[in-house]
Design a protein around this ligand. Structure first.
Ligand code: ADP
Ligand code: MG
Length: 287
């Protein structure tokens, strides 16, 4: 399934003194196979953009097509879009409201008329996908869970709708490193094994470098860069001008490669750096 944005503009409070132009002329095609990292300074338009992907927001002008359906269509079109493109908001745990984890995850499928026996299966599968043990957690109140677990319940609720595209707005914000790594690990599996297209909004270059195969950089309501991580991180100066960095490990390896030309300068992860440093130090016993 493909998502296409054509000349999308979005203005908050149009026509009154508080008018804000949040998106300007966005042309973008998201392919089913993508794992997109969406990055940009606060206020650059990331949240506004992702809420267009499932028709929650509709463009002030321009159009958004999801699997060929226009988000401006009413009726069944928009229902299908909401189902196919799952959106996990920032701090999604604030939207958990049912008495039990089970009921919370079942809420969406119930709403679209999925039969009871299939709902149970969907809840079980969704919980498994985000590493929550069904038997021990299903009857708990979401409020008894840890921050990371709550967030995974919220993600499971979206997965239970069987989306083809999963959009997450800063899903790791405020989590400890372990909670963060767990969620990122599950996203990787969803993309690789379930062929779910992922759009991940993040302010961490480290996170995005590890996972995304395509990075979009936003600035003042526009997409100013679009490419593979290695291409994007070559533009260190441009990113810096926008108040964005490159992963620390990339920075360190760039510095080392200036002194040792045999070392690659386009390293994105600690694992890659390790391999390069082994080469430099003769192959053995450095760590
Ligand atoms: P980001 O997610 O990158 O931080 P947003 O999409 O939240 O960016 O915001 C883009 C612009 O739209 C900012 O200038 C922000 O102040 C403005 N904005 C966001 N939400 C609203 C709103 N509900 N009403 C008015 N302006 C808004
Ligand atoms: Mg935001």
């Amino acid at each position: 399934m493909k998502i296409e944005l054509k000349g999308v503009n979005y203005i908050y409070n149009k026509g009154n003194p508080f008018e804000v132009s949040a998106l300007t002329n966005i042309d973008l095609t998201i392919e089913q196979g993508d794992f997109i990292g969406l990055i940009g300074h606060t206020g650059s338009g990331k949240s506004t953009l992702v809420q267009h992907l499932n028709g929650l927001y509709r463009p002030t002008s321009g159009e958004v097509l999801v699997g060929g359906l226009n988000t401006k269509d009413k009726g069944t079109g928009i229902k299908q879009i909401r189902q196919k493109v799952g959106l996990v908001f920032q701090y999604p745990e604030h939207q958990l409201f049912e008495e039990t984890v089970y009921q919370d995850i079942a809420y969406g499928p119930k709403n679209i008329g999925i039969p009871e026996n299939e709902i149970e299966e969907r809840v079980m599968d969704a919980m498994e996908l985000v590493g929550l043990d069904y038997m021990t957690i299903k009857d708990k109140s979401p409020f008894e869970l840890s921050g990371g677990q709550k967030r995974r319940v919220a993600i499971a609720g979206v997965l239970a709708m069987h989306p083809r595209v999963l959009v997450l707005d800063e899903p790791t914000a405020g989590l400890d490193p372990r909670g963060r790594d767990e969620i990122l690990g599950y996203l990787k599996v969803l993309h690789r094994e379930k062929n779910i297209c992922i759009v991940l909004v993040s302010h961490s270059m480290e996170e995005i470098a590890r996972l995304a195969n395509r990075i979009l950089v936003m600035e003042r309501g526009q997409i100013v860069m679009d490419g593979a991580p290695k291409e994007i991180f070559l533009e260190e100066d441009k990113l810096e001008e926008m108040g964005l960095g490159i992963p620390q490990i990339t920075e360190v390896m760039k510095a080392i490669s200036k002194k040792y030309p045999g070392i690659r300068s386009d390293i994105l992860t600690v694992e890659e750096a390790y391999d390069q440093l082994r080469v430099l130090l003769g192959g053995e016993g450095i760590v």
